[in-house]
Every structure is written in C-alpha cells, then in structure tokens.
Design a protein around this ligand. Structure first.
Ligand code: NAD
Length: 411
C-alpha cells in the first residue's frame, strides 16, 4: 500500500467535505483540524477522531505533509504562504488571493518552496465540464470563439444570513465580482485559454426583492464580467445572487457548440456540430449523459457534482508525482485576480482593464505593492458600487435573529 499523505484541514465548515474526501482512494489521511470556532471544532474533531487546534501556528507544527485551507475567503494567501514556509504542501479554497499584491507574494512563495500548491476550484471537475474538456482537447469542436459560464446561487434570507454569521463576515461584504472562479475556472479548464482583458459590471437587486429587504449586506448581489482571452475569444461570466438557481457553461468553437442542459438533468451535455466542409462523423446534434473519465462511481457520490472528489484526488496525485497540478498557483491566482480587476472596472464605468500575468517577472514587479482591499470599514474602499451601504433596522434585526438561532451570538 502507498504511504498515506498526512493532511490537516483549516476551517470546519466547507473543510468537512475535504476531511470526508480523504481515505484510501485519494491516498490522504486526515490527521488534524484547525478552527477558531471552538465548539464546532471540538465536535468535528470527535467525529473524525483527530487532533484539533484553535491556533494556526500550533496546527502547523503538527507532524503532517499537507494543509488544506477552507478558512475565510479573503484570508487564504497569507495562510498558504505560512504553510509553505513551514514545509507543507497546500491546497487552497477560493479565492487564492484577495489582492494583487497577495497574488504576487503567493506565486513567489510557491516557487521558493518547491512544494505543491493546488487551487481547489471544484467546478471544472463537474461531469459536464470534464466531458467538454475531453472533447475540446481532442480537437472535436475546434477553437473557442465565445463562451459563457454562470454560477447563480439564490437562497431564502434565513439561509443567506445563516451562512454569514456576524456583520463582518466576508459573505456580507465581498464585492459582487470576487466570487468568479466557479464560472471562470471551467472555461480555463476546458479551453486552456487565459484571460488578458476584463470589463466588470455590477448589478443591484431592485428594492422589492424580499431577500434583499431582510439581509444585511454591504455589497451588491451579482455581476457580469466580460473577458478577452489570449486566443482572442470573448467570455461572459455571471454570478452570484440572481434568481434562477443554476450552473451553466456554453462554449462556441470554430467547429461546434457544447453546453450543459439548462433544464431536466443539468449534468447532461448538448453538442452541436454542423460538420460543414468535413467528413460527416456525428449526428448534427447530440444530447447525452457522459461518464466521468475516471472514478465514475466514486465521483457520483461526492459533493458539487463530483468536483469535490477530484480536487482531493488531483492534489494527492500532484504531491506524489512532484508535477504541478492543472490548477496550479498561476491559474489559481489568475482566475482569482479577475475578481478585483473586474470590480475596479465596474467602479470606473466598466472600462477595460489588463489582466497581469504573474508568470512574468515584470508583471509581478508592477503589482507587488498593489494591496487595494475593499471592505466594510469606512477607511477601506467601499465594497458596493453605491459606496458604504448602511443596513436598515429590518435587515439588522432579521440577521441577528438568524445568527442567534444558529449559535452565533456576536455582532
Ligand atoms: N468550492 C466550493 O464549492 C465551496 C463551497 C463552500 C465554501 N467554499 C469556500 O470555502 C471557504 C470557507 O467557507 P465556509 O462555507 O466554510 O464558510 P466560512 O468562511 O464561514 O468558514 C470558515 C471557517 O474557517 C474558520 N476560521 C476563520 N479564521 C480562522 C483562523 N484564523 N484559524 C482557523 N480557523 C479559522 C471559521 O471559524 C469557519 O469555521 C471559503 O473560502 C469559501 O469560498 C467553497
């Protein structure tokens, strides 16, 4: 039997699915958990039967090979850098970096360490995205000209506020363009193109939205991002809190179209190939449910349409082989910085902003001090395109009531 990779997980919310995904198949063994929320940590520690830490530095001194970061969205880069400096391989949840300067620092830290860094973007590994990648990389549809991806996730007010305990919780204030890797990740994965230019558009929900009326938020609910990719293709991304729940990807290429279905079984694929001026090999339109390229049965049991199995699997494979994973630090940082760049564009009449390439030293130097950090406090750039929003009494009272019920009694 192969030696198990000993792994510790930070954050016992989302982190639980990483913890569950360790085991024989991925070749990883959970050995420690870290969280500052003691009660939840203790419960999860008992459930998994591993050591627990409330202090990240002490956690890093635990005897283990790798760390999986599922702590707060805007704090991953400094945690990743610390872990690399402590000699641990790192897999990090989205977002890889909150600022451009953090992106530069992270890329440098990974290179210096010689260790594995993987960006845990699971949406590319969903069934239909893996099938689109297979077709695209086999040359079955030609080169991308235009693509669209949507990550749309509305919820009732109780769920929205239950997931974001405390007025300073990141889900209450990250700008509307920042959660863009669930939509951009699949496009970069399928086509292997990189974004070069970005325009951002941020939308506000009309005041008759009953969820908005009840939820305490300092930022806007949704955004549209337009990208020019390095092969000239145009990409449109839409996220997050619009009505009409769904995850949808569509790729128009020079010889065909691929998309997952918008209704019925949404993991099914629709492929249209007119086959003009070429030997006819396929029906013009095919609608089918693919298998995962490998580990189909195991992936079908995992969360997020199978994506959660493959992030753990590829992380372990990368550590064992010493080869960087597809979702390496360069791709992770690139798809993450589209968020802040699109927000800057949105604040500037949606002008076009260049996306730096941190594989290049001159781009690193240009952004290494760019620590622009929108947030809820008055001394930070405002997280809403409308400035620093003031929640209404109704929003404050409703949200506090939800937090009390879920065991959070802070402000
Ligand atoms: N890829 C996906 O499908 C997916 C799904 C859900 C969440 N996420 C990501 O996972 C991350 C965590 O999200 P979540 O839903 O669990 O909610 P969350 O951000 O509220 O949970 C973070 C957890 O980390 C803990 N934490 C915060 N600071 C810490 C510190 N200094 N030391 C130790 N622990 C600390 C918190 O107490 C909390 O339990 C976010 O980045 C989110 O974007 C990804």
């Amino acid at each position: 039997m192969q030696d198990m990779i000993r792994v510790g997980v930070v954050g016992v919310g989302r982190g639980r699915s990483f913890a569950r995904g360790t085991g024989e198949l991925t070749g990883m063994k959970l050995v420690a958990l870290c969280d500052t929320w003691e009660e939840r940590l203790e419960q999860t520690g008992k459930e998994f039967g591993v050591e627990t830490y409330t202090d990240y530095d002490e956690f890093l001194s635990h005897d283990m090979d790798a760390v999986i970061l599922a702590n707060y969205f805007h704090q991953h880069a400094p945690f990743a850098i610390k872990a690399l400096e402590a000699g641990k391989h790192v897999m990090s949840e989205t977002t890889a970096c909150y600022t451009l300067a953090e992106g530069v620092a992270l890329v440098r830290a990974v290179e210096k360490s010689g260790l594995t860094y993987m960006f845990a973007e699971n949406y590319p590994y969903m069934l239909f995205n893996q099938e689109m990648r297979r077709l695209y990389q086999a040359g079955e549809v030609g080169a991308v000209t235009y693509a669209e991806a949507e990550y749309i996730h509305p919820d009732p007010a109780e769920v929205v506020m239950g997931r974001s305990p405390g007025k300073d919780h990141w889900r209450n204030w990250i700008p509307a363009t920042y959660y863009c890797t669930h939509s951009l990740g699949p496009i970069m994965f399928i086509t292997e193109t990189w974004p070069e230019k970005v325009n951002g558009f941020v939308m506000t929900n009309p005041s008759d939205d009953p969820v908005t009326q009840r939820t305490l938020k300092y930022s806007d609910p949704c955004s549209m991002i337009a990208l020019r990719m390095d092969n000239g293709a145009v990409v449109r991304l839409v996220q997050v809190r619009l009505r009409g729940h769904g995850v949808w990807v569509r790729v128009h290429s020079s010889r065909g179209l691929m998309e997952n279905l918008r209704w019925g079984d949404r993991s099914m694929l629709r492929v249209v190939r007119e086959q003009y001026h070429e030997e006819r090999r396929y029906p013009e339109e095919m609608i089918y449910k693919p298998d995962f390229p490998e580990y189909h049965a195991q992936a079908m049991q995992a969360g997020h349409g199978g994506g959660d199995f493959f992030t753990n699997y590829h992380f372990a494979q990368a550590i064992r082989s010493g080869d960087a994973p597809f979702l390496d630090v360069y791709r992770g940082v690139t798809m993450s910085i589209v968020g802040p760049l699109a927000y800057r564009s949105a604040l500037n009449d949606s002008n076009t902003v260049d996306v730096p390439d941190f594989r290049r030293e001159e781009d690193r130097v240009a952004f290494e001090a760019d620590d622009w950090r929108p947030g809820p406090h008055p001394d930070q750039p405002a997280p809403s395109i409308h400035g620093h929003l003031q929640p209404t009494q109704e929003q404050i009272e409703f949200s506090r009531e939800v937090w009390r019920k879920t065991g959070y009694d802070g402000e």
